[in-house]
Each structure stands twice: as C-alpha cells, then as structure tokens.
Design a protein around this ligand. Structure first.
Ligand SMILES: CC(C)(COP(=O)(O)OP(=O)(O)OC[C@H]1O[C@@H](n2cnc3c(N)ncnc32)[C@H](O)[C@@H]1OP(=O)(O)O)[C@@H](O)C(=O)NCCC(=O)NCCS
Length: 372
C-alpha cells in the first residue's frame, strides 16, 4: 500500500462577473415584463405576480456578493434569463473539457509534473455536458495523459468522492497519480427566473492532483483518510435527463432545472456534516480542536458558521473556515476545493486540515489532510 497525497490544485476562473446588483436588476426587469404581460390574469386573481428580488436579501440569506459565469449577456437579458452557450462541433473540444484542461494544466504546473507521470483522469462534477464519450477521456486526450479516464457525478460532493476514488487507486498501486477535474458549469442548470434561488450558483473549474507521497516533494498534503456517506433525500433535485424527450416533457418544466427546499436542506445537512466530520476525525484519533482549518463546501455562509460552531463550540474565524462563496457563489463540488486552493500556503509541517463537501443526495464527503 502506498501513502497518498494531494500535491497540488488548479483553478480556472471564468472571465465574466455578475454582481448581485446586476443580477437583481435583470431579475426585476424580467418580473416587470412578466407582470405587465399577465396584468389581466394577475388582477383577476388567476395568477400571482412575480415578486421582486433584492440585493439585501441575497447577501443576508447567503453571504453571496457576486458570481463568475462563462457567459453573462444571456443571463442578464430579461427576455431570456439563461446563458448563451454556443454548441461546438464534434471536432472541437467540449466546453466542460476546455475549462477542465485549463485547471488541470494549472495543477500539473504547480506540482511540476508532466502528463506522462499521471495514470488517470476523473472528471467529477454535478452536471455533465453529454452522456458519452466521457469528458474525462476527452480531457485525458487533450492533456496527453495515459491510463484511464471516467466521469462521475455525486452533485456537490463530486470532488471529495473523487478524492477517495483517486486515493484508493494510488494507494493500491493501480495508478501512480490521478488528476481530478471539477468543471462546474452550473449556470445552464440554474433557474434564473426563480427569485428563491437565482442568486445561488456560479461557474468555475478546479483540479486536484493525487499521487504517491514518495513521488512528491516535502510540503504537500498527505491524505490521512477519506470518508463518504449518502442518505436519500428529495430536498435538492434536478430531474433533467436522457429520458426527458421520451416523456414528452415541456423543456421549460421547472423540475428540469435545479430546485430545492432551502430551509429543509439547511436544517438537515448542517448537523449531518458536523457529525460526519467529528466521526471521521475520531476514527483517526483526532478531534476538531486538532484541526488547523476546515475547507468547507461553499453554499451558504450561515450554514458554514453553524457547522463551525457545532464542531468547535465557538464561532469559527475566517482562518478556521475560510469563505470564498462571497466571490464565487455556490460552485457545487468545486467550492471546498477553491477554499483549499486559496488557503493552504500558511500551513506548517504536521498541521491538519479537513476538506468537507455536502449536497444533493444527500451526499457528504471528507478528506483529512496533514502537511508534510
Ligand atoms: C436558499 C437560502 C439562501 C434561502 O434562505 P432562507 O433564509 O431560507 O430564505 P427563505 O427561502 O425562507 O425565504 C425567506 C423570505 O424571503 C423571500 N425571498 C426569497 N428569495 C428572495 C429574493 N431573492 N429576494 C427577496 N426576497 C426573497 C421568500 O419568499 C420568503 O418570503 P416569505 O417569508 O414572505 O415567505 C437558504 O435556505 C439556504 O442557503 N439553504 C441551504 C441550501 C443550499 O444552499 N443548497 C444548495 C445546494 S448544497
């Protein structure tokens, strides 16, 4: 059995930013158009008016101040309210693979690794652009990596579940190194016309290089353990799938985009995530007090504050549990990885940190890391 580490991470940040003010302005113009078009039905009580959104609500309820997106003109067009993404011919790299290659190159460069030293690619994300061929194989081809590639989707926990898959492959000797990429193109699956959730997501891509500890320099993060759990819930769903057209569904049906019962998720997931982290640490003879930093999933600031309090018995400081959702919004599985990517340089030798994701499924994944 080989000892395993995360030797580097990479980040691709999309070129466009949508501030809360821009988002709310577009939403409220959309609401006005809808309400004007349906004024008679609204007056007759046959239809409810679309209520307006507000920057104050978004910041107070979520902590999100802006989000990056791959395309913003379509999102901010009140007559459209979804990104304008051009379809690409089969001869061109897909959009998911394109941003994954950029994040993957960043991770390889930071680790000083050549693609030839990597034996596998896992493309782990909450949404997949197509059924097959796997985006991971396209990414593997574009980067010149040998071995295997496969796609996997565990919603917002895709990255941590992939860390366990990659760590097991390296531990067993099946691969010397595995590159994980998390191209989270969330903007096409977001209901930008629904004020309850139109502010939630942003686009991004992260990459994680998992390899044998002996092949990496001092200063990397040894993976002490990983722990995954799933428990069925209907509280976060997206019913779009390959059977949709055979079901003769209206492509605009609301359940074919992300939807959730936000309060329920909040109430159910926070205690689950805190107890998951606690028991994972206990299995390694560690306590939350031994942990220098928690790189938590980035969905909602209050959620992370609550998990921090449950773990530490006090308010977590930004040093204990860094926040990136103010800048990126919820980037599905990439959120905790961005937090790690941005906030690990100050770790001293032997300090311990925990990456933890939680999301639809429900699914919770954690990785306990120690700096070498
Ligand atoms: C989604 C979330 C931010 C909503 O926050 P909340 O405090 O639960 O807010 P609620 O949905 O209860 O809405 C409170 C009120 O604000 C209103 N509201 C909702 N969106 C609004 C908006 N954009 N602008 C203004 N008001 C809004 C609601 O209609 C509601 O009004 P009411 O009290 O008259 O019914 C929060 O529940 C959350 O983050 N949950 C965690 C789940 C999550 O992020 N999951 C992602 C996948 S992991």
């Amino acid at each position: 059995m080989h000892r395993v580490c995360i030797s580097s991470t990479g980040l691709f940040t999309p070129p466009h930013v949508i501030s809360n003010a821009e988002l709310v302005d577009a939403f409220n113009r959309f609401a006005e158009l809808e309400n004007t078009a349906n004024a008679a039905d609204i007056a007759a009580g046959k239809r409810t008016a679309v209520p307006s959104s507000s920057v104050e609500f978004i910041e107070k309820a979520s902590g999100i101040q802006q989000r990056y997106v791959l395309e913003k003109s379509g999102v901010l067009d009140p007559t459209r309210m979804r990104p304008r993404l051009a379809s690409r011919p089969d001869s061109e790299i897909s959009l998911m693979a394109d941003i994954a290659v950029q994040a993957g190159r960043d991770a390889l460069k930071r680790a000083g690794k050549k693609p030839a030293a990597v034996d596998g690619v896992i493309c782990a994300a909450a949404n997949m652009q197509r059924a097959y061929p796997a985006m991971a194989i396209e990414i593997q081809h574009a980067l010149g990596i040998g071995g295997f590639g496969f796609d996997m989707n565990v919603a917002c926990s895709s990255a941590t579940f992939a860390i366990e898959m990659a760590a097991n492959a390296v531990k067993s000797g099946a691969a010397r190194a595995v590159l994980i990429v998390n191209p989270e193109i969330t903007s096409p699956h977001l209901a930008w016309k629904d004020r309850d959730c139109h502010f939630i997501f942003g686009d991004v891509c992260t990459a994680i290089l998992v390899e044998r500890l002996v092949d990496a320099p001092v200063g990397v993060f040894e993976v002490l353990g990983t722990k995954l759990v799933t428990s069925f819930s209907n509280a976060i769903r997206n019913n779009a799938g390959f059977m949709t057209r055979s079901e003769d569904r209206d492509p605009d049906d609301r359940d074919l985009l992300f939807y959730q019962e936000g309060r329920k998720v909040f109430k159910e997931v926070c205690p689950m995530a805190a107890s998951h982290i606690g028991s994972h640490l206990a299995s390694l003879d560690l306590t939350p007090g031994d942990v220098r930093r928690f790189w938590l999933h980035q969905a909602n600031l209050a959620m992370n504050q609550l998990i921090g309090r449950k773990l530490l018995g006090r308010d977590a400081t930004p040093d204990d549990a860094p926040v990136i959702l103010n800048e990126f919004a919820n980037t599905a599985s990439a959120g905790s990885i961005i937090a790690f990517h941005r906030h690990h340089d100050d770790f001293r030798k032997d300090e311990v940190g925990v990456i933890c994701s939680f999301g639809a499924g429900y699914s919770i994944g954690s990785a306990v890391l120690r700096r070498t």
